[in-house]
Design a binder for this molecule. Structure first.
Ligand SMILES: [Fe+2]
Ligand SMILES: [Fe+2]
Length: 224
């Protein structure tokens, strides 16, 4: 695929996984907002599309680019679904309770330093967690089995799942704002520090996860 200014961001990320380094660098949304042309995504962030295109070309031409990520656009759907569950769903089930206990602890111990922000952060995290846990269950119990069972392109009701992804993306955005872009405040204790880093990693993982579903798995079902 030749990358041009009119290529859709999500499609670039699907075809050239290393391009997501550039998107991450410039905070370009390639999962829920991946349906827009590169030039529009750049305009939204006040970036020069030609410069971003050059950066993408450099990344995808770098040594090892071909082997950097499995080609999920070509792997069997069964393998892609198994990868999503083992790499993303299982780790979320482990990570979310850990982050919850840290968010509660930071609010309990340090809430008096910035009650409004830390309280809003805890609430936002709990909303995200509830949304994600319910969503994972629905994917594993209903969507994925039906995708694997039925002939591709039939019956799969993808829209509610895409809508969930948008809500998750919005909550992540709110968490990014409330943590000041995950910048650890001066004098933060170890738990606070670990929480901020854990939330940043959660954002990266969820973006990759949603991207794989929205831009790689779902289109394959729709067109197969
Ligand atoms: Fe998922
Ligand atoms: Fe999902």
């Amino acid at each position: 695929m030749n990358v041009t200014s009119t290529s859709r961001v999500g499609e670039i990320a699907a075809r050239h996984p290393l391009a997501t380094r550039v998107f991450a660098r410039h905070n370009i949304d390639f999962c829920c907002g991946g349906g827009v042309a590169l030039t529009d995504a750049c305009a939204k962030r006040d970036l020069d599309t030609a410069v971003v295109l050059q950066e993408i070309e450099r990344e995808i031409a770098s040594p090892g680019a071909d082997t950097a990520s499995p080609r999920w656009t070509e792997a069997p759907v069964e393998e892609l679904v198994a990868h999503i569950v083992s790499r993303y769903h299982d780790s979320l089930r482990e990570e979310l309770p850990r982050l919850e206990s840290m968010a509660r602890k930071v609010f309990r111990v340090h809430g008096d330093k910035d009650p409004e922000r830390l309280g809003a952060l805890l609430e936002s995290f709990l909303r995200l967690q509830a949304e994600v846990v319910a969503h994972l269950r629905q994917e594993e119990e209903s969507l994925f089995p039906s995708l694997l069972r039925t002939a591709a392109g039939q019956a799969a009701e993808l829209e509610p799942f895409v809508d969930d992804h948008v809500r998750v993306g919005q909550e992540l955005h709110r968490i990014r704002e409330l943590t000041d872009g995950f910048r650890v405040p001066d004098g933060a204790c170890n738990t606070w520090n670990a929480l901020w880093h854990g939330l940043a990693a959660l954002e990266t993982d969820l973006h990759e996860h949603i991207h794989l579903e929205n831009n790689v798995l779902f289109p394959r079902i729709a067109v197969a």
